[in-house]
Design a protein around this ligand. Sequence first.
Ligand code: NAP
Length: 731
Amino acid sequence: MAVIGLGLIGGSMAAAVRQNRLAGTVVAFDRRYEDALLGQELGVIDEAAASIADAVTGADLVVVAVPVRATESVLAEIKPHLAPGTLLTDVGSTKASFVGAVESVFGELGANIIPGHPIAGSEKSGVAAANPALFAQHKVILTPGEGTDPVKLDWLTRLWEGCGATVLTMSVAYHDEVLAATSHLPHLIAFSLVDTLAGEDQNMDIFRYAAGGFRDFTRIAASDPVMWHDIFLSNRDAVLRVIDHFSRDLDQLRTAIANQDSATLLTVFSRAKAAREHFSKMLSGQAYVTDMSQNQVTFHLKPGGRMVGDIRVPGDKSISHRSIMLGALADGVTEVNGFLEGEDSLATLQAFRDMGVTIEGPDNGYVRIYGVGIDGLQAPRGPLYLGNSGTAMRLFSGLLAAQPFDSELTGDESLSKRPMGRVADPLKAMGAVIETAEAGRPPLKIRGGQALTGIHYEMPVASAQVKSCLLLAGLYSEGATSVTEPAPTRDHTERMLEGFGYHVHRNGAVSSVSGGGRLTATAIDVPADISSAAFFLVAASIAPDSDLTLRHVGMNPTRVGVITILRLMGADIEVSNEREVGGEPVADLRVRSANLKGIDIPEDQVPLAIDEFPVLFIAAACAEGETILRGAEELRVKESDRIQVMADGLEALGVRTTVTPDGIVIPGGQTIGGGSVDSHGDHRIAMSFAVASLRAVGDIVINDCANVATSFPGFVELARSTGIQISAEGI
Ligand code: NAP
């Protein structure tokens, strides 16, 4: 391998290649021979070449690592010595300029010439600053041409990966646009700001008192002037576009300050703050909430305890989602309290910000949404990233199918495997144009500007998400859109549409909307999630001497199976203060200890309590007599096979059960022993066994509990404050 230009980047690449033994011999030429000798002395390279001819002759790879405007003359010097099969690449910060230089020297971008740009660097320059770890965990962009030899591309990719980098490929033009915005403009601003302030009379004082923020912000103004001079002149058009855009936005802020226009200032700042918090996650396709999947969180529980207190568990996820969606589409300002700050609802919130909706918060569950009206969404600048949220993706597809602009919906790795045909097919029948990846999977590419027509759709499988998706598309469709469900599903969308003043006609299994209406902003106090409340309902029922009040719990009839079942088992649950919020019924629940008895769970209650069975199994183990569950096959395909995982966990604590194909039989009155339980990453399993500790006789350890934090933020603290003797390790 030959490196031409042994400075920071050339030297670092040479050192990384050597350290990782990715090439036989690394030779370098630098126009200052002493720099090449220094590189040899420092162990950055194997050999210093006295001329370009010496370096290039016989090399299988030549890397040009000189300032971009020096590239063309260096290529001309290299050309006579380059063997036909040699791979030629560069590291320059602008790519159209490199391709231009190649074309003027070689006539065309041949199959063996691959432009490259490592997105890593520092303000230092020269070979003495070479660092073999510079590219580790950084990206390298390659911009191959149409005729690039795939074998060479693969080789170069592996070489960079061997240096610890992640390799991306993109077009030359796109590279230059992206870098103009994300790298070149910030450098220009940093240079300019420091220069402006240095010219002020009191500059010494200004710099003396400069706070950390100024130092961080202007660090890049210490970069190499020649290099940046070259970059700006080489990427002139893209840089000018982004400067103009920025100048307009800066001017808008200036006007807002001059006019004391608080709304504009707050809008811009809160949008920027949110984008800053989320952009790195959006780009890397990671979780919005601190990514804990790498973390091993373990719960430790001491046996016994009683449950007392007056609490409110976090807000309902389905309702949190929908409050943002409908608030964004409404006329006026919607205020939301009790918003669940979990992964899924944050993804929805960010997606609306990406479509031009101003949203303040979330701040302790408070969110303020400045609705843009039903036709006010703007085209997002890029794909909308929906994290892990299947609900968001299905609901968004209905909403976006009817917008005037194109959009693309993406998600994390696991969402990208989930089939979306269930929503795409009926939407296409309404006139939507949607492209999916193979087998109906995300990303979904939605073509805007289609006129949708209402349909009557008989859902083959009962799904609240499909129903909601079609009703949202129906808001924009000609005529009526109606959906018939084969079995009752959650009706949060219908209720919330009514809460926003949009009439949904409901008749038995059929829900329908007519297009062309408008939504009116409202205030929503998101009901506490009954699925989260369920852990505390069971906990206070099984722990002796308990008396616990749960406030503002969502009592949607499609969700209250857990209360019905617990009451059939003899639980003492008092419902009071029943009221309606944003179309949803809520109530306060007071739970006291009770002697539960085993029951044959009525099958009609199963779909109404589907998420609550893990904790109901704990109630059953503590009851007198046998509890039988049937007709719950769906439990086997949730986040885990909840029947088997619960049975295994109970067994680890010495509780016998009999698993059946569609349910389980749990003989009650058994002693819950101490032991170690694996939750298989399923948040509901983890929380259920935490509840079991109240009646256990020994310590319980629950492994793999990281996901609890996303569905139930603050669970450990709330459980501890009410009487469960829990501590968490690894958070
Ligand atoms: P550097 O440390 O200044 O190294 C540049 C090297 O090129 C020096 O050895 C220099 O020799 C040599 N050179 C300059 N003009 C030349 C010419 N006309 N003919 C032959 N050699 C010449 O700069 P660098 O940071 O490594 O940057 C190299 C390339 O990497 C640039 O294209 C830059 O855009 C790109 N890049 C830089 C960064 C970064 O953060 N620094 C990041 C990514 C990509 P002298 O010592 O004699 O000047």
